[in-house]
Ligand binder design. Sequence first.
Ligand SMILES: Nc1ncnc2c1ncn2[C@@H]1O[C@H](COP(=O)(O)OP(=O)(O)OP(=O)(O)O)[C@@H](O)[C@H]1O
Ligand SMILES: [Mg+2]
Length: 381
Amino acid sequence: MTILCQLATWPGETTASPVDDLVAALRALDDDLTEDLVVVGPDAATDDALRFTAHLRIDRPTVGVILVRRHVDVELLTEALRAGVREVVTAGDDAALLAACDRSRALSGHARAIDEPAATHHGKVVTVFAAKGGCGKTTFAINLAAALAAGGDQRVCVLDLDLAFGDVAINVQLEPVRTISDALPMAGHLDMTGAASLLTPYRPGLDMLLAPVAPGDAEKIPAALVGELLAVLRGMFDFIVVDTPAQFSEHVLTAMDVSDHHVLLTTPDTPALKNMRIALDMLDLLSYSRDIRSVVLNRSDSKVGLSSSDVERVVRSPISAQVPSSRNVPISINKGTPIVIATPTHPVSQAISRFARERLLSQPAPARHKPFAVRRGAGRR
Ligand SMILES: Nc1ncnc2c1ncn2[C@@H]1O[C@H](COP(=O)(O)OP(=O)(O)OP(=O)(O)O)[C@@H](O)[C@H]1O
Ligand SMILES: [Mg+2]
């Protein structure tokens, strides 16, 4: 079957299901996991169609999208290919449309066959975010990864998405010989062998994918590469913990789109809480599910007069974990060994390990959210 979105006439002989818009197309895809072709008609806005395609490329890579446009030019073709559209066909050219559909179905068949082994291993992506710098994202991300890997059963990777100022490497005293920049030549055809070549091993079961080091390298990383990387890493690891910069960059949103869990970090001070409130509103606006969200209060015992219930009231959200403040945290960073590894019995280590156990290790994979629907107008392409 083929989903026809805003396409007035269908020249094919096979049955097809017409839908009114792209949101309905997503719903139809959700209802039928074997569906592998969407034809987007000329009345759907190009920007929306490309966002829809980019979303599917990560969420349902075996589904092909064919774009029918009244005018086709080089600029459109370039943008369409970049988003992952399989073919662009001129409206009214029925023969070209049917041939494109045949080619796309054949490609989907191959993609499904290749995808099958990887599909058996579906690691969880956990994005650690805070809307204000210095809240402890990197510290929490690294220690969370160490806690997840601690039992020895889980393979865990930390992805440093703080592309401009990433400091995962320095926190664990690793030489950034290989970084995400080395993925650039593999963009569009990254596989597990390629992804493995980007990793820096840290401890058994714990690898790091480090941020670029050379000035200007961060800007060269396209957001789509992040989606591609995470899709491949899922097939290799049980957990991918993503460390982020303190802003909703396109790269961060791409990671959040495919994340199974969002950890929102704050400290108990007014500026951090104000930013956290704005971040939570933003996540709601983007229709990320609250079911996959945890608010974590770092330095929870800081003597600043805000109790955890004050904090809960301000952020209008329950707190999932409280990590105390301790000078042993910066000491552990200076020594290059996360506190969870150096001193597992420390209250900071125990708080993070409990969070890993209760919120991630013992939880079944939650239903994935569908953020695309309300993403319109949020400033992303
Ligand atoms: N629970 C804690 N107790 C004491 N110090 C902490 C704690 N958590 C983080 N820190 C310290 O706070 C500082 C900032 O932490 P970190 O680098 O993890 O924050 P970040 O949110 O990643 O910052 P940035 O936005 O710059 O990336 C570090 O010096 C770290 O040692
Ligand atoms: Mg950081």
